[in-house]
Design a protein around this ligand. Structure first.
Ligand code: ATP
Length: 275
């Protein structure tokens, strides 16, 4: 078992409930997409799974441990085995791209090695390989504040590929990328999961990408799981219900502009290389 949540709820300090009664588990190596409207609780769910946010209610298990029962040093070790791609990567602007990628393994390194790598990057080949998978190898020594938002997002993905975590969490990892780059970047995350056996869980607004690349789809709304199904069993009607408008604000299922909704959903059900 890679992770298990049992009746997990989160209420933020301001009283806002973000998750309610979420029970969910994943086997090692599973690939799961989380979809749902804005505010559904996707980011909060990923933060709970990454042991970054302690839930208000329920039980969390991740990589064979109960994070919130661990002493501080063991919790730090657990976090080093979990990799998160953030929608806006928390990367210091003046950092070189190479250093930002190598930071993926900071949690594994001694303080001395980590400090040293700031001044003398120690595994340039490894950083180059990770960046090449995202088509960014020529930016190896560029400063991060000279990159576009989409390039920075790809640096965040390269960093987690370099980290090689056992549990790979991605929160809207391709929101700043054009459709071609987004598809390629999700392909790299999936390839990483296939080659290392890491469990991959990604939140995505692009439903077509979710259905094409992920065998299992979790639909969330209002902090709760609405459905948890194999991609082939998710119907256009379920997607309409998931993204239905609330409070008079018209919402639209986020599919590529100009696409015939049903046709795209149906076409997206099967990856050519998936049975
Ligand atoms: N730090 C916080 N303090 C208070 N409320 C929060 C906090 N973070 C999230 N929330 C609230 O929790 C709910 C779920 O937010 P979350 O960011 O998990 O949703 P989401 O599905 O990731 O949304 P989006 O698709 O827009 O990123 C929302 O109502 C949000 O306003």
């Amino acid at each position: 078992m890679s992770f298990a949540l049992d009746a997990v709820g989160v209420i933020h300090p301001n009283g806002q409930r973000a998750l309610a009664g979420v029970t969910l588990s994943a086997r090692d190596g599973e690939r799961i997409a989380v979809i749902g409207p804005s505010g559904a609780g996707k980011t909060t769910l990923l933060r709970v799974l990454g042991a970054a946010l302690r839930p208000t209610e329920g039980e969390v298990q991740a990589l064979g441990t109960r994070p919130w029962q661990l002493p501080a040093a063991a919790l730090k070790k657990l976090r080093a085995r979990i990799g998160t791609v953030h929608q806006s990567p928390p990367i210091a602007p003046r950092l070189r791209v190479v250093t930002a990628v190598l930071a993926g393994r900071l949690g594994e390194w001694s303080t001395l090695r980590a400090l040293g790598s700031l001044f003398h990057p120690s595994d340039i080949t490894g950083a180059h390989e990770a960046l090449a998978r995202l088509g960014l190898e020529e930016r190896l020594f560029e400063r991060c504040d000279r990159l576009s938002g989409g390039q920075l997002q790809r640096v965040g993905i390269a960093r987690v590929l370099y980290q090689r975590p056992a549990l790979l969490l991605a929160d809207e990892p391709v929101s700043a990328l054009d459709p071609t780059l987004a598809d390629a970047a999700i392909g790299q995350l999936v390839a990483q999961s296939e080659s290392t056996g890491a469990t991959l869980m990604a939140s995505l607004h692009a439903v077509d990408l979710a259905l094409r690349w992920f065998p299992r789809i979790v639909g969330m709304r209002g902090g709760a799981v609405m459905f948890d199904l194999p991609a082939a069993q998710v119907t256009p009607g379920m997607l309409d219900a998931l993204y239905a408008s609330e409070g008079g604000i018209a919402t639209q299922r986020p599919l590529p502009a100009g696409a015939a909704t049903v046709a795209v959903v149906e076409a997206a059900f099967h990856r050519p290389d998936c049975p």
